[in-house]
Design a protein around this ligand. Structure first.
Ligand code: BG6
Ligand code: MG
Length: 215
């Protein structure tokens, strides 16, 4: 099968920002008086900001302890901390194999889309210098439904005029892989096999991805 379009998740696939999300959530949990581990954090990958907060509060047995208003305040506090972390990042945060894969796809004339849940995607792409590789950028500001809903991927494919089954999605989250599979896109997991059971195929980094096999 020769695929026509590559759709990339951002955090944890192209850039090493998942760790900053984790740090910011961990700090919030600390303030609330409970520990939030790296294992708990797996559940937040790919998930929207407010859903992440709900999952975190459930971990701390505080599911119903706060009003909507208080929750918005907490999510804003987490985001402010996160934005502080990412405001000075540069190309050193680009993950292994990401830049060369984007370059090779471009050379081959493959369409490239971003499919990220993050509302901070634009600033991250700009800071690390990857903006120009994308034919379309779909992020948390452009969609109404979060992963595992496939909207963030289908919007990109539709904009580029590529049928879903000719798209490859690169993801580090179970929610994102599930979203890709729902609409028949090839779901490539980037990370550890044990965490990414929804994937069609898993590579530990983008460096290991065999471009000739798929494009
Ligand atoms: C995803 C991350 O890319 O974006 C999630 O994997 C995060 O952890 C989500 O919650 C939303 O990001 P942001 O930057 O809008 O809070
Ligand atoms: Mg991710």
């Amino acid at each position: 099968m020769s695929y026509k379009c590559a759709i990339f998740d951002l955090d944890g696939v192209l850039v090493d920002t998942a760790k900053y999300h984790y740090l910011a959530w961990k700090e919030l949990a600390g303030k609330l008086g409970f520990e939030f581990t790296i294992e708990h954090n797996e559940m937040l990958k790919g998930v929207s900001r407010m859903t992440s907060l709900d999952i975190l509060l459930e971990v701390g047995n505080m599911k119903d302890a706060f009003s909507e208003e208080e929750k918005v305040k907490m999510a804003t506090e987490k985001n402010n901390q996160y934005v502080e972390y990412i405001s000075n990042i540069d190309e050193s945060e680009i993950l292994e194999g990401a830049l060369s894969l984007l370059q090779e796809l471009k050379q081959k004339g493959i369409k490239i889309a971003l499919g990220s849940a993050s509302k901070n995607a634009q600033i991250i792409l700009k800071n690390v210098g990857l903006e120009s590789y994308f034919d379309v950028i779909v992020d948390g500001n452009s969609v109404s439904k979060a992963k595992p809903d496939p909207e963030v991927f289908t919007l990109g494919a539709k904009t580029l005029g590529v049928p879903y089954e000719e798209c490859v999605v690169f993801e580090d989250s179970q929610a994102g892989l599930e979203a890709a599979k729902i609409v028949g896109m090839l779901a490539v997991g980037v990370g550890q096999k044990k965490d990414l059971t929804n994937a069609d195929v898993v590579y530990s980094t983008l460096k290991d991805f065999n471009i000739e096999k798929y494009f």
